[in-house]
Design a protein around this ligand. Structure first.
Ligand code: FAD
Ligand code: NAP
Ligand code: SF4
Length: 718
């Protein structure tokens, strides 16, 4: 591919090249991929949604795609979820399109029919086969129902056009309704909508054709095509290519790639997935169609995006989360200021995990995402001299936001480098992206003129001597040392000592505590000394193959064996990893299983000595209480599925109690953390008023999401 002439002198000539579609031009190759924020579901939140999109348009995005809107009632995610089916709903959408257009942006509405992924008893699909991740068995659509659904897509597209959108995206991937017709896994029909590949793809093609007829030639239609289903009985590559060609012929403007169904047991976007892991499929598909192809998944920095486009693995790149993390991503790429980008670390903690728990989506590294109208960093009228103590996530967020508002900030950090606990996190295999956040803050501190004092433990004398107007305590946490006999044995180390390389583990290790850090430490211990996974190793670990060779692109996983034996232990009797993120917990659990980590629950720690770790392990019986069983058995199926978990809760009673000795040579403590409050207490004793944030405030259930949000919110108030 030759360098585009119009942008040859720019930092990223391919990325910043306009795309002329004939009737309209996209200003660059950056597409903000669809992401459900939760605001789509409530009419009252459309002004916030408009402000959210306007910020991304102002930041230079070429084409924004909204979260999904259902074309029919059955296609809604859950009762009351977003849909666009009537003209009554248009006014609220005009808020969005006007706001985006006022910033020079373009926006397409995504039409998403959830099919069997709906959370309601009216769900429909190609066949009546329940998904493994939703409780409702769908009804197989009749011929009439299919016709009505196709018409629904066309009507929603017309309404979107009337509301001022520049186009629509038809969601045909991630295992949703259209994808359910495409794959033999979910389409067992024997009529003209099932059986042969041609029949299975008929609905997708007819939807695109009907939408094109409804909107005319000068309207963008993006079709989201699943190129790698990552489920058994998924599509073959030949089927994908034939579908792409027919979709093009039916009138689509471009193809956006979709990777993996939601029920797939292969991670596709979490932080441990190597960057740009799937883009070669876009390059392959491009050879078979003449419309533009959008590459996607784990693209988060301009250099990666530029490489993809320059080598022909796509005509555009789609990013959703990176634009949540930094609405000015494109503007920074235009200025060749990548180091100023607040990079998405693919943690899912404040975006997808929120979506799945029906909380408004935001971003761990940018808590202002989704709160553009509420969390505002206004310039200050009166400049204050502020001390921030501790350069972990809380202190960093607070110091930079204060400086951005115009305050004079001194940041004190006891260690020789910034990051706090987050600097430990970045050393965990699969969490390498966390280093980007530390790089971002390093650059921000410098750019905003924060006076950083590294290797300087703040003391009450120092703080009092400097006469600050405000003092912020962000001294964070330290590992908890549990009261176990022998905890001072030479075999024992904290997670910080292990991960920072201060102590070396042996061949057999017990990890005490199975929270987020215990799980991370187990991953650290079961990977080889050079932790960063390359693409090939990652594909082998998760069984990702070539869809041209196996249906759905699945092969047998072949993880590298662990270099040591690891036991992961907790006192609770519940399943390990329960408290991990909704969209990432299963990945950690699967990774631990693949590496052979032995999990022990219901443990009491008796002592640690030369023989190893001595435990008393209580095993519980599991079963639904008979009384509950009797009641639920009498209910009709759909009602049974709607029962809250508390009613089907598992009853527990002790099965057996055993004394166990694990003959390990290393014990790693991951038993939670305690707040570091010494300075705060000393200052309070001297009558100095302080603001306490992050782990120093509350250690329980602390994570970087809360630390950064608390730091930013405080800075917005001071
Ligand atoms: P800290 O990070 O503890 O920072 C406090 C800072 O204050 C430290 O740098 C300390 O040196 C400094 N300090 C203390 N006293 C003084 C003093 N008197 N003077 C000057 N400086 C002082 N969170 C997530 O959200 N997602 C994850 O995936 C995740 N993974 C993790 C994995 C691991 C292995 C670890 C260890 C943590 C992980 N965390 C994760 C947790 C996250 O890192 C913490 O919640 C976060 O760092 C807490 O931020 P903080 O600023 O409150 O405190
Ligand atoms: P945590 O999640 O609170 O887990 C602490 C573990 O230690 C628990 O398993 C607890 O389980 C055990 N424990 C507590 N007190 C103990 C004691 N006195 N003796 C023995 N065991 C004890 O905390 P964490 O693992 O330290 O993680 C800190 C924070 O970082 C978390 O809140 C988490 O949000 C964040 N983090 C997040 C991720 C992520 O991927 N999202 C990853 C890492 C960390 P029992 O009481 O059952 O033994
Ligand atoms: Fe990215 Fe995490 Fe922010 Fe989501 S919450 S946008 S994954 S950094």
């Amino acid at each position: 591919m030759t360098t585009p002439a119009s942008t040859a002198d720019r930092a990223y000539p391919y990325l910043l090249a306009p795309l002329d579609l004939g009737y309209t031009t996209l200003r660059n190759r950056v597409v903000m991929g669809s992401m459900h924020t939760g605001m789509e579901d409530k009419a009252a939140e459309f002004p916030d949604l408009a402000a959210f999109f306007a910020a991304r348009a102002r930041g230079g995005v070429g084409l924004i795609i909204t979260g999904g809107f259902a074309p029919t009632l059955e296609g809604m995610f859950y009762p009351g979820a977003s849909k666009l089916t009537s003209r009554r709903e248009l006014d609220r959408h005009r808020l969005i399109t006007d706001a985006v257009h006022a910033e020079g942006g373009k926006i397409a509405l995504q039409i998403l029919h959830a099919g069997r992924y709906s959370y309601h008893p009216m769900s429909v699909s190609a066949s009546a086969i329940k998904s493994p991740i939703t409780p409702f068995k769908p009804r197989a659509l009749s011929e009439w129902g299919i016709r009505r659904t196709i018409a629904g897509f066309a009507r929603t597209a017309s309404l979107a056009q009337e509301a001022g959108y520049d186009g629509v995206e038809i969601m045909g991937s991630e295992g949703y309704f259209i994808n359910q017709f495409l794959a033999p896994r979910t389409n067992k029909r024997t009529d003209r909508w099932g059986g042969s590949p041609e029949n299975r793809r008929r609905i997708a093609v007819e939807i695109v054709r009907a939408v094109r007829e409804a909107v005319g030639p000068e309207f963008i239609i993006v079709y989201r095509i699943s190129v790698l289903d990552l489920v058994e009985e998924g599509q073959t590559w030949d089927e994908v290519v034939d579908l792409a060609r027919e979709i093009e012929a039916a009138g689509a403007t471009m193809l956006n790639l979709g990777i993996g169904w939601h029920e797939a047991r292969v991670p596709t976007i979490v932080t441990s997935v190597p960057r740009a892991a799937f883009v070669s499929l876009a390059g392959r598909l491009k050879k078979d169609v003449s419309i533009p192809v959008i590459a996607t998944n784990r693209i988060n920095m301009p250099e990666i995006a530029e490489d993809i486009l320059a080598r022909g693995d796509g005509d555009l790149v789609s990013m959703a989360r990176p634009l949540l993390a930094d609405p000015d991503w494109v503007r920074k790429a235009e200025r060749d200021a990548d180091e100023e980008i607040n990079t998405c670390i693919a943690c899912n903690q404040a975006c997808l995990d929120h979506t799945f728990t029906r909380t408004r989506a935001s971003c761990l590294v940018n808590p202002r995402a989704g709160y553009e109208t509420e969390l505002i960093l206004t310039p200050v009228d009166r400049v204050k001299k502020v001390a921030v103590v501790g350069a972990g996530p809380a202190g960093l967020a607070c110091a930079t936001a204060l400086a951005e508002r115009g305050h004079v900030v001194d940041l004190y950090e006891a260690q020789d480098s910034i990051g706090g606990q987050f600097a430990i996190a970045q050393r965990i295999p699969g969490k390498e992206e966390f280093a980007e956040t530390i790089r971002y803050y390093t650059v921000q501190l410098e750019r905003l003129g924060v006076r950083v004092h590294l290797g300087t433990p703040a003391t009450p004398e120092l703080i009092e001597g400097e006469q600050f107007d405000e003092v912020v305590i962000a001294t964070g946490v330290e590992p908890r040392i549990p009261q176990i006999e022998g905890v001072d044995h030479p075999s024992v180390m904290t997670y910080a000592e292990l991960v920072l390389g201060e102590k070396v583990p042996g061949d057999s290790v017990a990890v005490i505590g199975a929270g987020g850090i215990g799980v991370d430490v187990s991953e650290f211990l079961t990977h080889l000394d050079s932790p960063t996974l390359d693409l090939k190793a990652w594909q082998e670990e998760w069984g990702v193959g070539d869809p041209a060779e196996t249906r759905g692109g699945l092969t047998t996983p072949q993880p590298e064996p662990s270099p040591r034996e690891v036991f992961l232990i907790q006192r609770k009797t519940s399943t390990i990893g329960r408290g991990l993120g909704k969209t990432t917990g299963w990945v950690h659990r699967a990774a631990l299983k693949a590496k052979g980590v032995q999990q022990i629950t219901g443990a009491t720690y008796d002592r640690i000595d030369d023989a190893g770790l001595h435990l008393t392990v209580t095993t519980m019986k599991r079963g639904v209480p008979r009384g509950v069983q009797k009641v639920t058995a009498t209910l009709p199926g759909p009602l049974k599925q709607m029962l809250p978990r508390s009613l089907t809760k598992v009853a527990q009673e002790v099965d057996r109690v055993e004394q166990v000795t694990l003959p390990v040579d290393t014990v790693v403590l991951c038993a939670g953390q305690e707040s570091v409050r010494t300075l705060a207490d000393e200052l309070a004793a001297r009558g100095v008023r302080t603001h306490i944030i992050g782990g120093a405030d509350v250690a329980a259930e602390l994570d970087a999401k809360r630390a950064i949000r608390q730091g930013t919110e405080l800075a917005a108030r001071l």
